[in-house]
Structures are given as structure tokens and as C-alpha cells.
Unconditional design. Structure first.
Length: 304
């Protein structure tokens, strides 16, 4: 039985000291292996790393595609601006240089996730994601020469160009601001809708320059129509070997709390192809704290 790797990506947030928040050049990540058989599609194997996975061996197709200029609806920009203000404002968000997040994952029975405690760290362009795994621990670090993943004691290198579809779901304010500051992303006002009985505003953002980027970068955000806080992001998980082969995925936010003036969702629920994987509950989030640089190094004694 053949298998395809679908990747749920998790990038670090890059904010140069004293500078403007910048889009990350590469992302942190890990892998869920998904059986290609439709009846077993959600039998995802191992390596849940902080909610978002990696595109394994995805081809870049932009050389064969025409370029489309990004457009930004004025109504969409107004909504996104209000959402950023609701989450603490651009000034505070751009001041985030690093973060330390801890919590617990509660996996749904039979899902691809593993229950247990996690710790996520980033500082500038460096990152470390330590998550529960059926083999013990799944640890992803930025490393000195690119991302390295260690699962159950086995270490392998992950290439930065495989992470184009990534984003950081536990820090939606930073994700949204990154896209607003980067003119290559478009914003579309899709409309006013109802989500689980709640009035929401639907905004779509994408990088439309070619079919490759349009496929892997599109995100649909659903904001509370009253508070403008994000309630849900829908996105696509690309498969290994073919970026245009994707699965629908989503993350839902709740329990927003203020951390140094920035609103952070302390509960996140994940689903892929309509099947719930589980919930991550954050116990602590800290910004601009002392983090040991050694946390981001390749494990001692490992030769790749």
C-alpha cells in the first residue's frame, strides 16, 4: 500500500531586534504520514510537531505559471486592521522578539496526535518544538545548518525550502501581521457569514503570484463580527512530492487571554479533512524572555 506524506507546517516568527516584523524566510516543521487509501486517509503516523507540518519534497512550479499581482480589498484591510487592534495592536506585536510556550495536547481517540505536554520556543530565526509522540518525544530544532527533527531518538534533517506552507497557529496576531506587512499577499473580503451559529466575517488571504503559491498559501480567516478576534483558520496541507495535492485542514481558537498586552488563544482545536485531531491547551506563554541559545542546536553527537 503506497503512502503520501501530508505536512502541517509551523514556522517561527521572525522579528529583528529593534526592527519591523518580517516574514520568515523558512519555517519550522514536522511530518504526519497519511495513507493514500481514502478509507485510511486519516491514519496519520507519528511526528506531530506543534500543529503544523512540513511539505516534504514539494516541487516549485512558479517557473511554469503566470504572475498575478496581489490585490487588497479595502473592506478586508479594514477588518484585518481591526482584528490586529483587538489582539493588541501592531506596535506591541512588532516588539515580540522571542516566545516560550508550554501546554498540553489532548488527542482525540484514534487521531494522528499524541496526548502529552509540549514546549515551543522561538527567538529571532531560531526555534525548538518539543512535542509528545507515540515513540516518546518529537523534537524539532532550527539547527546551525537547517531544521533537524528527532523522533524516538532518531534524527533526520529537514530542508527549509520544504516549509513554504507553514504558519504559527498559536500566535494568530503575529501570523496576520506578517502577511499585512508583506505586499506579496492579497486580502479578499469574502463576506459576512455564520459559523457554528455565530456571526463572522470571512477574509481570504493568499500569495497569488502563481499556482504553486496560490495553492499552498491560501488561508481563510473567520473573525468574530463583534470582537474581531479570529475564531478559525482554514488552510491546505500539501502532500510530499506534489504541492498541488492537498487536504483541507483547520484550526479553531478559543479562550483568548492577554499576555503582555497581546491576546493569545489558550485553546486550539485541529482538524484535517473534517476529522478532529485533538486540542492543545496552553498553560503559559511568555514573550521576550531569556532563552538558552543551545536549545536551538542540533542534538550533541548527531552527525547528519
Amino acid at each position: 500500500m503506497s503512502a503520501t506524506v501530508f505536512c502541517f507546517n509551523f514556522p517561527r516568527v521572525v522579528s529583528p531586534p529593534g526592527g519591523k516584523l518580517q516574514p520568515p524566510r523558512s519555517s519550522s516543521c514536522s511530518i504526519w504520514s497519511v495513507d493514500r487509501n481514502p478509507e485510511a486517509l486519516m491514519r496519520v503516523a507519528r511526528l506531530f510537531v506543534a500543529f503544523v507540518l512540513i511539505i516534504a519534497s514539494s516541487p516549485r512550479l512558479n517557473s511554469q505559471q503566470s504572475t498575478t499581482a496581489p490585490e487588497r480589498d479595502s473592506d478586508a484591510v479594514v477588518v484585518v486592521t481591526q482584528a490586529l487592534a483587538a489582539m493588541g495592536g501592531s506596535t506591541l506585536l512588532t516588539q515580540v522578539q522571542n516566545s516560550l510556550t508550554q501546554g498540553t495536547i489532548q488527542a482525540t481517540d484514534g487521531s494522528w496526535l499524541t496526548s502529552g505536554d509540549f514546549t515551543w520556543e522561538f527567538s529571532g530565526s531560531q526555534f525548538r518544538y518539543d512535542n509528545p509522540d507515540s515513540a516518546g518525544r518529537s523534537i524539532l530544532v532550527s539547527g546551525k545548518h537547517g531544521p533537524v527533527s528527532t523522533v524516538g531518538g532518531k534524527t533526520s534533517r529537514l530542508f527549509s525550502h520544504m516549509t513554504d506552507a507553514s504558519f504559527s497557529p498559536h500566535l494568530p496576531g503575529l501570523v496576520l501581521l506578517q502577511r499585512m506587512l508583506n505586499p506579496i499577499y492579497s486580502f479578499e473580503f469574502v463576506g459576512k457569514e455564520t459559523l457554528a451559529g455565530q456571526a463572522v466575517i470571512h477574509i481570504r488571504t493568499t500569495r497569488p503570484e502563481d499556482k504553486y503559491w496560490a495553492t499552498i498559501s491560501t488561508q481563510d480567516w473567520f473573525f468574530d463580527a463583534a470582537s474581531f478576534l479570529p475564531l478559525r483558520i482554514e488552510h491546505r496541507l500539501p502532500a510530499s512530492g506534489n504541492a498541488l495535492l492537498t487536504m483541507p485542514a483547520s484550526v479553531a481558537f478559543s479562550d483568548f487571554r492577554s499576555v503582555s498586552g497581546i491576546l493569545v488563544p489558550f485553546q486550539l482545536s485541529f482538524s484535517v479533512s473534517g476529522q478532529t485531531g485533538g486540542t492543545a491547551k496552553l498553560s503559559s506563554v511568555s514573550f521576550n524572555v531569556a532563552i538558552d541559545p543551545a536549545d536551538f542546536d542540533t542534538p550533541a553527537g548527531v552527525v547528519l
